[in-house]
Design a protein around this ligand. Structure first.
Ligand code: GLV
Ligand code: MG
Length: 329
């Protein structure tokens, strides 16, 4: 929902790389501090499931202090509040925006069930920004899809607010919500041997996110010592087109940053296609729409695919290692 008076300002994290999103419990000042030196693209300071009910009030204070102290560099800093069904949601949002509204980048809403829940969060943030004199529209929203009802509404949820930056799969809660018969988060349920049990969920989230220009983010892999398992599962969502994955431990950060960045050769090739297509479609290059680049035919659709890889590579800081040369004959 674009609330009256909202400017067309981009939200804080829009356009930034989110290959890895580090989960940091708001109840741990030690972890809030340690996160500053880690190489994750983004992080969320948690007020929800990683924080016990009795520790939530102190966690709000820790998060506000950490955000105001700063030191997180280029990382996108989100705060995960409790969901609308709890007694904490409104106070979480109000307290953290009143305390650190100019430094936090996004509010992450878990267990999103309907588009109206995003519209309500947007309205609450807008009211707070207005009353606190903050720029209206800068704070982004991240939506976790982690219930059966949420997935049935994922298209409307993805369209619900211009603040929405990411649509995130929450596998642990989702598996509980649909009674999937396993306790191993992210891995295939034993007994299901005919495909990927998560394919429909991942594709539904990805397509909704792409339809409304949001990032699609895969959730956590709980076996933190199994880096090979993490890479395997991350590699699947990366191959589909997801933009990044949650990380729960420093060891998973490097793996996520690597898996979700384009390979150097793909990045170089994408940049080559863009330059070549630019040249061949120009008058100097013959004003052609479909041309051969080496042994491959490229056209407007190739350009669109190349743009995606190029944008991801640039956001991940890749430097191209080859250049397009204008043919001399
Ligand atoms: C994350 O919140 C999950 O439920 O997997
Ligand atoms: Mg969850």
């Amino acid at each position: 929902m674009r609330v009256k008076g909202m400017s067309s300002m981009e939200t804080a994290g829009k356009g930034r790389s989110r290959r890895s999103t580090l989960a940091v419990p708001g109840s741990s000042t030690k972890m809030l501090d340690k996160a500053k030196g880690l190489g994750a693209d983004s992080l969320f300071m948690d007020l929800e499931d990683a924080v016990a009910p009795v520790a939530k009030a102190d966690a709000r204070k820790n998060i506000i202090a950490a955000l105001n102290e700063g030191g997180y560099g280029e990382k996108i800093c989100s705060v995960r509040v409790n969901d609308w069904a709890t007694p904490w949601a409104i106070d979480d949002v109000t307290t953290v925006i009143e305390g650190a509204g100019s430094t936090l980048d996004c509010i992450m809403l878990p267990k999103v069930q309907t588009a109206e829940q995003i519209v309500a969060l947007d309205a609450l943030i807008t009211g707070l920004e207005q009353s606190l004199g903050l720029p209206v529209g800068r704070i982004g929203i991240e939506a976790q899809i982690e219930t059966a009802l949420g997935l049935t509404h994922v298209n409307a949820i993805s369209a619900a607010s211009p603040r929405l930056e990411t649509v995130i799969f929450g596998p642990a809660d989702f598996m509980a919500s649909i009674n999937m018969r396993t306790l191993v988060v992210g891995e295939q349920p034993q007994g299901y041997d005919v495909g990927d049990a998560y394919h429909f969920i991942l594709m539904s989230i990805l397509i909704a996110a792409r339809a409304y220009d949001r990032l699609a983010i895969d959730g956590p892999y709980l076996a933190i010592k199994d880096l090979e398992g993490f890479r395997r599962v991350a590699g699947r969502s990366a191959a589909l087109g997801f933009d990044g994955k949650w990380v729960l431990h420093p060891d998973q950060i490097e793996a996520a940053n690597e898996v979700f960045a384009p390979r150097q050769a793909d990045y170089d090739h994408a940049e080559l296609i863009l330059d070549a297509y630019d040249y061949y479609t120009s008058v100097d290059g013959g004003a052609r729409g479909a041309v051969m680049l080496g042994s491959e035919m490229i056209d407007e659709a190739s350009r669109k695919m190349a743009l995606v890889i190029s944008a991801k590579g640039r956001a991940a800081g890749l430097i191209r290692t080859s250049a397009f040369e204008i043919p001399t004959t």
